[in-house]
Write a protein that binds this ligand. Structure first.
Ligand SMILES: [Zn+2]
Ligand SMILES: [Zn+2]
Length: 107
Protein backbone atom coordinates (compact mmCIF):
# COMPACT_ATOMS: atom_id res chain seq x y z
CA UNK A 1 0.00 0.00 0.00
CA UNK A 2 1.34 3.36 -0.96
CA UNK A 3 2.26 5.70 1.83
CA UNK A 4 0.29 8.37 0.08
CA UNK A 5 -2.98 6.48 0.39
CA UNK A 6 -3.23 7.89 3.88
CA UNK A 7 -2.62 11.44 2.71
CA UNK A 8 -4.88 13.93 1.16
CA UNK A 9 -4.18 13.91 -2.51
CA UNK A 10 -3.88 17.13 -4.35
CA UNK A 11 -6.74 16.68 -6.73
CA UNK A 12 -5.95 17.10 -10.37
CA UNK A 13 -2.33 17.89 -9.71
CA UNK A 14 -1.83 14.43 -8.28
CA UNK A 15 -3.68 12.78 -11.13
CA UNK A 16 -1.57 14.58 -13.69
CA UNK A 17 1.74 14.18 -11.87
CA UNK A 18 4.46 12.26 -13.64
CA UNK A 19 6.14 9.30 -12.01
CA UNK A 20 9.05 11.51 -10.98
CA UNK A 21 6.72 14.04 -9.41
CA UNK A 22 4.93 11.30 -7.51
CA UNK A 23 8.28 10.09 -6.20
CA UNK A 24 9.01 13.63 -5.10
CA UNK A 25 5.62 13.89 -3.36
CA UNK A 26 6.27 10.63 -1.53
CA UNK A 27 9.61 11.93 -0.32
CA UNK A 28 8.03 15.18 0.86
CA UNK A 29 5.33 13.31 2.75
CA UNK A 30 7.94 11.14 4.45
CA UNK A 31 9.65 14.20 5.94
CA UNK A 32 6.70 14.58 8.30
CA UNK A 33 5.18 17.92 9.26
CA UNK A 34 7.69 20.64 8.45
CA UNK A 35 6.29 22.99 11.11
CA UNK A 36 6.45 20.35 13.86
CA UNK A 37 10.02 19.72 12.80
CA UNK A 38 10.96 23.40 12.73
CA UNK A 39 9.04 24.59 15.79
CA UNK A 40 9.19 21.53 18.07
CA UNK A 41 11.95 19.30 16.71
CA UNK A 42 9.44 16.52 16.07
CA UNK A 43 10.52 14.63 12.99
CA UNK A 44 7.79 12.10 12.45
CA UNK A 45 4.44 13.88 12.57
CA UNK A 46 2.23 12.34 9.91
CA UNK A 47 1.90 14.85 7.12
CA UNK A 48 -0.70 15.93 4.65
CA UNK A 49 0.45 17.71 1.54
CA UNK A 50 -0.32 21.40 1.42
CA UNK A 51 -0.02 22.96 -1.98
CA UNK A 52 1.42 26.35 -1.32
CA UNK A 53 1.40 28.20 -4.57
CA UNK A 54 3.85 30.99 -4.95
CA UNK A 55 2.51 33.83 -6.96
CA UNK A 56 3.10 33.49 -10.67
CA UNK A 57 4.63 30.03 -10.42
CA UNK A 58 3.20 27.03 -12.22
CA UNK A 59 2.04 24.14 -10.07
CA UNK A 60 4.78 21.70 -9.24
CA UNK A 61 5.98 19.32 -6.59
CA UNK A 62 8.45 21.96 -5.47
CA UNK A 63 5.61 24.06 -4.00
CA UNK A 64 4.37 21.49 -1.54
CA UNK A 65 4.64 21.70 2.22
CA UNK A 66 4.12 18.61 4.37
CA UNK A 67 1.92 19.61 7.31
CA UNK A 68 0.25 17.50 10.01
CA UNK A 69 -3.58 17.66 10.16
CA UNK A 70 -3.46 20.26 12.96
CA UNK A 71 -0.96 22.54 11.25
CA UNK A 72 -2.72 22.08 7.95
CA UNK A 73 -6.46 22.28 8.68
CA UNK A 74 -6.63 22.69 12.47
CA UNK A 75 -7.17 25.83 14.56
CA UNK A 76 -3.46 26.60 14.51
CA UNK A 77 -3.08 25.52 10.90
CA UNK A 78 -2.56 27.38 7.69
CA UNK A 79 -6.17 26.96 6.55
CA UNK A 80 -7.57 27.58 10.04
CA UNK A 81 -5.65 30.81 10.58
CA UNK A 82 -5.19 31.91 7.01
CA UNK A 83 -1.81 32.61 5.55
CA UNK A 84 -1.12 35.83 7.46
CA UNK A 85 -2.38 34.49 10.77
CA UNK A 86 -0.37 31.31 10.37
CA UNK A 87 2.83 33.16 9.59
CA UNK A 88 2.28 35.59 12.48
CA UNK A 89 1.51 32.83 14.99
CA UNK A 90 4.47 30.65 14.07
CA UNK A 91 6.82 33.50 13.19
CA UNK A 92 7.83 31.74 10.04
CA UNK A 93 6.81 32.24 6.45
CA UNK A 94 5.71 29.51 4.11
CA UNK A 95 8.66 30.46 1.92
CA UNK A 96 11.04 29.66 4.77
CA UNK A 97 9.31 26.34 5.41
CA UNK A 98 9.50 25.53 1.74
CA UNK A 99 13.23 26.26 1.69
CA UNK A 100 13.62 23.93 4.63
CA UNK A 101 11.79 21.18 2.75
CA UNK A 102 14.07 21.64 -0.22
CA UNK A 103 17.14 21.51 2.02
CA UNK A 104 15.97 18.28 3.62
CA UNK A 105 15.24 16.68 0.27
CA UNK A 106 18.81 17.25 -0.82
CA UNK A 107 20.20 15.17 2.02
ZN1 LIG B 1 2.66 19.85 12.62
ZN1 LIG C 1 -3.55 23.02 2.25
Amino acid sequence: MSLLNSFIKIGTYWQMATKNEKNALNKIARLGCILCRTAFGVQDSPAELHHYRRFGQPRSASDILPLCPEHHRGNSGVHGLGRKGFEAKWKVTQDTLLEKVHELLKL
